[in-house]
Design a protein around this ligand. Structure first.
Ligand SMILES: NC(=O)c1ccc[n+]([C@@H]2O[C@H](COP(=O)([O-])OP(=O)(O)OC[C@H]3O[C@@H](n4cnc5c(N)ncnc54)[C@H](OP(=O)(O)O)[C@@H]3O)[C@@H](O)[C@H]2O)c1
Length: 332
């Protein structure tokens, strides 16, 4: 089969190489999946450069999020059989025609979603749901400020917040992304590259400010200028590259709670909450309230993965960037 293979730390996605390698052998608790679509992530770029917290031994195939069809069931975990449509995650190995993953890290694709949509579901949607519901305790009628609102986390947060009856102010880095956010249900849009964006949020909320902030960028300090009394600010990530230091007096002044969310760590710390989150998301998917947005173009062929990752790095993309490796995958 063909797979991206990394044998040394790379300068960047341009150096990615596709090679012929054996189909991986699943462990007892794993399924073998014929990959239909890979969900591309910014951390894929960091991983091939050796700048990510996880540094796999060489040679390795990057890629953590996928959707596809089970071709070999797990011997130890019977939840999927050959032919099932699944999406899931693996620590490495998704940029390939076949990948292995623990059956426990796969889920059935909801009938309302395509393979391309499902490839970007596993990380972003539960993270945004956990941020809004488990952490911030969002209530219907409240106002949510979503940063990087046209990104993977951001679009998921808009859709989940609207499904829960909130008003959404979408904040992005270019006016060109306003239409993307409005199409997903955002009530208002602001551009955080404009100096007066916090003032604009205050105007849009009648001077009150946002009740909840979802921040995958690193805009907590600035957001505290436009939050309501008793606001909850959820730290999701640092897409801007810097880890903020926050002046504590601003947290005190408006009774604000600043909190983090680390979805991947629920498996270790609160596994009981994971089914609750997926049940809620599947119900929203069945009702048509959530549907991942796939960036156009979809990147066909593993050779195009470098273009996919370039689109993410340049901030040109919106929604989920998807690579389809299996155009001519050998049938097993
Ligand atoms: N805590 C968790 O459990 C968890 C789970 C998943 C992801 N995350 C983190 O959440 C963040 C967002 O993930 P995502 O999947 O939504 O990513 P994404 O789809 O690639 O979107 C990231 C967006 O961040 C914005 N951004 C702002 N400043 C930027 C900068 N200097 N460079 C690049 N982008 C910048 C860009 O939108 P604009 O151009 O509109 O500004 C970009 O589209 C990442 O840092 C990720 O690691 C955390």
């Amino acid at each position: 089969m063909r797979a991206i293979v990394v044998s040394r730390w790379l300068k960047g996605p341009d150096d990615l190489e596709v090679k012929e390698v054996p189909v991986p052998a699943p462990a007892e608790d794993e399924v073998l999946v014929r990959v239909d679509s890979v969900g591309a992530n910014f951390f894929d770029i960091l991983m091939v450069q050796g700048k990510y917290q996880i540094k796999p031994p060489f040679p390795f195939t990057p890629g953590a999020e996928f959707s596809g069809t089970v071709v070999r069931a797990s011997a130890a975990d019977p939840r999927f059989k050959a032919g099932d449509r699944v999406f899931g995650s693996t620590s490495t190995g998704a940029y390939a025609e076949y990948t292995t993953a623990p059956a426990a890290q796969c889920l059935p694709i909801p009938s309302t979603l395509s393979f391309e949509q499902a490839a970007g579901l596993y990380i972003t949607y539960p993270t945004s749901y956990a941020a809004l519901v488990l952490r911030a305790g969002l209530r219907a009628g409240e106002c949510v400020l979503v940063h990087a609102a046209a990104g993977g986390i951001g679009i998921a947060a808009i859709q989940v917040a609207k499904a829960l009856g909130a008003t959404v102010v979408a904040a992005v880095g270019s006016n060109a992304k306003f239409d993307v956010c409005r199409a997903q249900g955002a009530d208002h849009c602001v551009n955080y590259r404009e100096a007066a964006w916090t003032q604009r949020v205050l105007e849009l909320t009648g001077g009150r400010g946002a009740d909840v902030v979802v921040d995958p960028v690193g805009l907590v300090e600035k957001s505290l200028k436009c939050v309501a009394w008793n606001a909850r600010v959820v730290v999701v990530g640092f897409a801007a590259g810097a880890i903020e230091k926050i002046a504590a007096n601003r947290i005190l002044l408006k009774n604000v709670s600043v909190m983090g969310v680390h979805w991947g760590a629920y498996a270790r710390n609160e596994p009981g909450r994971i089914p609750e989150v997926w049940d809620a998301l599947f119900r929203m998917a069945e009702r048509g309230q959530i549907a991942p947005v796939v960036y156009d173009p979809v990147f066909h062929g593993l050779d195009k993965a470098k273009d996919a990752l370039r689109a993410i790095a340049s901030r040109a993309s919106h929604g989920k960037v998807v690579v389809k490796p299996a155009a001519a995958a050998p049938r097993l």
